[in-house]
Design a protein around this ligand. Structure first.
Ligand SMILES: NC(=O)c1ccc[n+]([C@@H]2O[C@H](COP(=O)([O-])OP(=O)(O)OC[C@H]3O[C@@H](n4cnc5c(N)ncnc54)[C@H](O)[C@@H]3O)[C@@H](O)[C@H]2O)c1
Length: 248
């Protein structure tokens, strides 16, 4: 049994299940945290992100934390984004710090560059100014900012991962209907391999923002160069790899 524990929040969700599957397949020691039980993870905490004590308990002993749990798209700010994506983020950062974890991987989104993606055809780089559209993406910009703050103040190594589109059940046809969305597709397999690479990347990385998508079909919307350079990760799949044909 490997000694180092990896806590995955949101482990029962679309991305979370792909991540825990990959980590377990690679022999990593995984603990899940979600408000519902996580299939396939023996060490699975059921709790809410808004419960600071539950989050703190889940992080005890963690070497690395992958923070995925969130409201995963635009939603009412006061009832969804504020408790789940802001207050929950606070509790996860604090629990990670108190646990003495070395690596934190935060799920951000390609939506932080909403208007560049609409208006340009170049592959957007992580160092370009962000242009969030609504509260969901703005909260992810906030997460990246405070992630950098914790990296600088508390010596954590923090990687903010701007994910492409890994369709949740029922969203597959939406991606199928949009050319640009296929370029942003993130297959479950590539997502799992990406988060493994992010957890295991050198701890000399103080703070980094990187994109994660599968291979584009038409245009490279996001610059994956820094992801390869820093994490040694490259996508292996493209739309619609990894999806069962009956959902398309
Ligand atoms: N799927 C995508 O295309 C995509 C793209 C960009 C970013 N992301 C980000 O990746 C992460 C995972 O997204 P997903 O698509 O897997 O979403 P999902 O809804 O499938 O999974 C999120 C999980 O978090 C859990 N969760 C939500 N609020 C919680 C709370 N208050 N307490 C405990 N658990 C809670 C849910 O129960 C769920 O299992 C999110 O941070 C999302 O913003 C996803």
């Amino acid at each position: 049994m490997p000694a180092e524990l990896i806590l995955v929040t949101g482990s029962a969700g679309r991305v979370g299940q792909a991540v825990v599957k990959e980590l377990i397949a690679r022999g990593e020691r995984v603990r899940g945290f979600d408000r519902v039980p996580t299939p396939g993870v023996a060490d699975s905490h059921v709790g809410n992100l808004t419960d600071a004590e539950a989050v703190r308990r889940a992080a005890v002993g963690a070497h690395a934390v992958i923070h995925l749990a969130a409201t995963p798209d635009d939603a009412d700010f006061m009832s969804e984004i504020l408790p789940n994506n802001i207050i929950g983020l606070h509790h996860v950062l604090e629990a990670t710090r108190l646990a003495g974890a070395k690596r934190l991987v935060l799920a951000s989104t390609g939506q932080v560059n909403w208007w560049q993606r609409e208006r340009t055809e170049h592959a957007i780089r992580p160092d370009e100014p962000t242009t969030p559209r609504h509260w969901y993406a703005a909260a992810k910009v906030f997460a990246e900012g405070i992630g950098q703050g914790y990296a600088e103040s508390h010596g954590l190594s923090v990687i903010a991962a701007r994910l492409g589109w890994c369709p949740r059940p029922g969203q597959e046809k939406e991606v199928a209907a949009l050319d640009w969305a296929k370029d942003l597709y993130l297959s479950p397999g590539d997502a799992g391999r990406f988060f493994h690479a992010a957890v295991r990347a050198p701890l000399t990385i103080r703070f980094a923002v990187v994109y994660a998508t599968s291979k584009h079909l038409k245009l490279p919307r996001f610059d994956l160069g820094p992801t390869k350079e820093l994490l040694g990760w490259e996508p292996q799949e493209k739309w619609p790899d990894g999806l069962p044909p009956e959902v398309l």
